[in-house]
Design a protein around this ligand. Structure first.
Ligand code: GLC
Ligand code: CA
Length: 543
């Protein structure tokens, strides 16, 4: 026995860590106002430690008017009183790190809140001033500048430009916001902006954080010519190369300078980029050796429950990441997408596929992300009443898109009535469906066949079995519809992503089952939508 594999203790821990995403507003509420907070997270560290995660990523907890769930930051060096205080953050971080759980914070560099002092002074200052030069103000088109400077559109719907009052006789000025009007975009060609963010990085590094998740990492730099969008560049979806505001080449200078800052603090800290780009090759450019360490693999998240699609996403990720020496990452859900139980079909089918999917994800070499509630198999809440919806997408699309609130409903922890242990009372900022009573942590802890037990078992096995230490993957020939691969000699993963019962490849018959997503009768055939981890070549536990 060589002891437990403990990724959090390794120098390049992010290459194989399991990172748990905490959407702070919806995780745990300590003071009963219906909104999750830092003290709530601290009170649940025991749960996270039992679950077996290596790190947590906490979504923004900074002072914010909450126009976009905290992704509209008014002060990058403080904590919003709704979530707690800097002292509480320090206490939480110390307690987490004391349990061997690393702490990653969210950095939002593309835009500030319109309540940020910089933006307030920009509005108060004249066109052409240094205050305005931190953002992207332009004169409008047409007589008096009455039309927006170009046809760029907000990710949340509508124009990406909002007019501001202009001095009499001067053309109308507009400012750019790729997201909500309350999220003005910064001008990253301005050295003052770059200095400010390096200083913000240092502020959190000095406090001891283990890393940063970079919000909209592909958006910071805009084509200075600001050309209109045409049919080559759809406003939504992954950005094709040459797009005037997504994935511009100059963005990489920013990340090279950030990497230098991080490296001053010792190599044990990391960045993960949120970059929705056209291909894994484009994504790989963010994780070149002198840039960021990792990036979310949204191709895997976007793949349907289909063996060919999943395999294509896995292969292209490996190839692209290997070309730059970076580790791949895997993610099934986050606070911006429909929860995967629902994406995979919902109900029993969705849950069964989700069980298989997590064993697939956790068997792949690389880092993995678990979004809070994945481990409970929470579905999307698709029927939230209009009046509780808060995502700006809902209003800005005139209700055409219901937005992302359905994946942000507060976690059910225990008990028989709302808020199911989320907070001390009934309050929760979004209502929880009554069926979630059966999905609570307490209920699932009592059922050995629950999703929660599957996650706990999988994370345990991932730490314990030596087979998970290799960074390689070899595909095994299998029937169409089945994904079959070896991680080293010791460990094999089989996933039946089809609707049929399929025979198991001959070479692994008779192997020892480490974990299966559903109870298996034998190892001759795999039923539809299931996954199994096998110890092969005598490679069981540590060795
Ligand atoms: C990222 C966040 C999302 C937010 C957007 C704007 O995509 O994950 O929640 O709305 O950036 O900051
Ligand atoms: Ca609270």
């Amino acid at each position: 026995m060589t002891g437990r594999l403990n990724p959090a203790g390794h120098p390049s821990w992010w290459r194989h860590a399991v990172i748990y995403q905490i959407y702070i507003r919806s995780f745990a509420d300590a003071n009963g106002d219906g909104i999750g907070d830092l003290a709530g997270i601290e009170s649940r560290l025991g749960y996270l430690s039992d679950l077996g995660v290596d790190a947590v990523w906490i979504t923004p907890f900074y002072p914010s008017p909450q126009a976009d769930g905290g992704y509209d930051v008014a002060d990058y060096r403080a904590v919003d009183p709704v979530f707690g205080s800097l002292d509480e953050f320090d206490a939480l971080m110390a307690a987490a790190q004391g349990r061997g759980i690393k702490v990653i914070v969210d950095l939002v560099p593309n835009h500030t809140s319109s309540a940020h002092p910089w933006f307030r002074s920009a509005l108060a200052a004249a066109p052409g001033s240094s205050e305005r030069a931190r953002y992207i103000f332009r004169s409008g088109r047409g007589p008096g500048g009455a039309e927006p400077p170009n046809n760029w559109v907000s990710v949340f719907g509508g124009s990406a430009w909002t007019p501001v009052p202009s001095p009499r006789g001067q053309p109308q000025q507009w400012y750019l916001h790729l997201f909500a009007p309350e999220q003005p975009d910064l001008d990253w060609t301005n050295p003052e902006v770059r200095r400010e963010f390096e200083s913000i990085l240092r502020f959190w590094l000095d406090r001891g954080v283990d890393g940063f998740r970079i919000d909209v990492a592909h958006g910071l730099v805009k084509d200075p010519a600001m050309p209109d969008l045409d049919e080559r560049y759809p406003s939504r979806g992954p950005a094709p190369t040459g797009h005037p505001y997504w994935d511009q080449d100059e963005i990489h200078d920013v990340y090279r300078s950030w990497r230098a800052v991080l490296d001053e603090y010792g190599g044990n800290r990391m960045f993960v980029a949120e970059a929705w780009v056209a291909s894994t090759q484009q994504l790989a450019r963010y994780v070149r050796p002198d840039e960021l360490h990792t990036a979310f693999n949204f191709d895997f998240l976007r793949a349907a429950w289909d063996a060919d699609e999943l395999r294509a996403a896995i292969d292209s990720s490996f190839e692209s990441m290997a070309a730059v020496g970076a580790a791949p990452t895997w993610v099934l859900s986050n606070h911006d997408v429909v929860r995967h139980v629902s994406r995979y079909g919902g109900g029993e089918q969705g849950e069964r596929r989700a069980r298989a999917a997590v064993l697939l994800m956790l068997a792949l070499p690389g880092g993995a992300y678990v979004y809070q509630g994945d481990e409970l198999g929470l579905p999307e809440v698709a029927d939230l009443p209009d009046e509780v919806l808060q995502d700006p997408t809902f209003l800005r699309t005139g209700g055409a898109s219901r937005g992302r609130d359905g994946c942000r409903v507060p976690i059910p922890w225990s008990g028989d009535k709302p808020s199911y242990g989320f907070g001390p009372g009934a309050a929760s900022w979004l209502p929880q469906p009554p069926q979630w009573r059966e999905l609570s942590v307490t209920r699932q802890s009592e059922r050995s066949a629950s999703m929660l037990h599957l996650y706990r078992g999988a994370l345990e096995a991932r730490r314990r079995h030596a087979g998970f230490r290799s960074e390689s993957l070899q595909w095994i020939d299998a029937e169409p519809g089945m994904l079959a691969f070896r991680r080293s000699e010791r460990l094999t993963c089989l996933v039946n992503a089809s609707e049929l019962t399929l025979p198991v490849p001959n070479e692994v018959r008779g192997a020892e089952v480490i974990l299966a997503s559903i109870p298996l009768r034998d190892l001759e055939r795999l039923p539809p939508a299931c996954a199994v981890w096998l110890a092969t070549a005598g490679g069981g536990a540590d060795g």
